[in-house]
Design a protein around this ligand. Structure first.
Ligand SMILES: [Zn+2]
Length: 315
């Protein structure tokens, strides 16, 4: 049995795990991310690897990083929420630990985890969409993770869904993640609670009367209770999600679409309107097999499980 170590580097936490070839996590460890210092981040990753390795025979390290990673899987070119700029992360970790190391975008790593060991393990082509603060994604076509020319493929959250639409953190306007993410869900809910407080009674009650205190969890909880306004908010966001998935399907023709992240915890009450909007906007829908849309199975560890498995793949 060959073991590898997977590391998931986020904006606030670094999570690492010792993972088997079957995707089973034997041990985990975590640290806070020293976001402003690149060397401190590399040191923290190396410490985690040393801690998890202990007396085990570990073959390689895979790192999923919240940023744009190069196609050679050696460097983080740019990370919007961390200090990395052309950071040769793999080389640093190899130097510190003596282990071969690869670096992959965190959403790609999570997608690979779901593809290999989770919701899409029976599929050969899948799109895995993480609906969180933004929208992240990973694309697998015929068993291959799509990296693109320079490693930047799969940034599906920045498809322009609405010309001249809401401003996005990427600097452009109208990106999908401004309409179909957890942030969008909260935005819609706060807007209706502000503009039409008399109709958003339940949400306002949950938020102590202040629209700005409404969270995504509150919207999901109220929708599960059957609150019509929360359901309406969820359906608005689900409609955007379904449209985006239809666009992606027109281009990529996946067998399966997996939804993960905070918004997906709404479960069936999200999936149903997403499926409806997806099919309504799907090209050639009468003449194709409709891709199955399903919920992610691995949860938060998907990133480190995927990164650990990607470390086994040849360059
Ligand atoms: Zn954008």
């Amino acid at each position: 049995m060959t073991l590898t170590i997977g590391v998931d580097v986020g904006g606030t936490k670094i999570a690492a795990g010792l993972v088997t070839e079957e995707g089973e996590v034997l041990r985990t460890a975590r640290r806070d991310t020293p976001a402003s210092e690149v060397d401190a981040t590399a040191d923290a990753i190396a410490d985690l690897v040393t801690e998890l390795r202990a007396d085990e025979d570990v073959a390689a390290v895979g790192i999923g990083a919240a940023g744009f990673c190069d196609a050679e899987r050696t460097s983080v070119v740019y990370a919007p929420n961390l200090a990395w700029r052309n950071e040769p992360l793999a080389e640093k970790i190899t130097k510190a630990t003596g282990l071969p190391t690869v670096v992959e975008n965190d959403a790609n790593a999570a997608a690979w985890g779901e593809f290999r060991f989770g919701a899409a393990k029976k599929a050969k082509s899948a799109i895995v969409v993480t609906l969180g603060t933004g929208i992240g994604g990973g694309i697998i076509i015929n068993d291959h993770l799509v990296r693109g020319f320079q490693g930047f493929a799969g940034e599906i959250g920045h498809m322009q869904m609405k010309a001249g639409g809401r401003r996005c953190g990427c600097g452009l306007r109208g990106c999908w993640e401004r309409y179909g993410s957890g942030t969008a869900l909260v935005h819609e809910a706060r807007e209706i609670a502000t503009v039409a407080p008399a109709s958003a009674v339940r949400l306002l009650e949950m938020a102590g009367g202040d629209p700005q205190q409404i969270t995504g969890q509150m919207v999901t909880a109220a929708a599960k209770e059957g609150d019509p306004v929360a359901l309406d908010v969820l359906e608005t966001v689900a409609d955007w999600i379904g449209r985006g998935l239809a666009d992606l399907t027109a281009i990529l023709d996946p067998e399966m679409i997996v939804l993960g992240g905070g918004v997906a915890t709404a479960g069936e009450i999200l999936l149903e309107p997403v499926q409806k909007a997806f099919e309504k906007n799907l090209t050639a829908r009468l003449y194709r097999d409709i891709a199955e849309i399903t919920l992610a199975q691995l949860g938060v560890p998907a990133g480190l499980i995927g990164a650990a498995d990607l470390a086994r793949l040849p360059a």
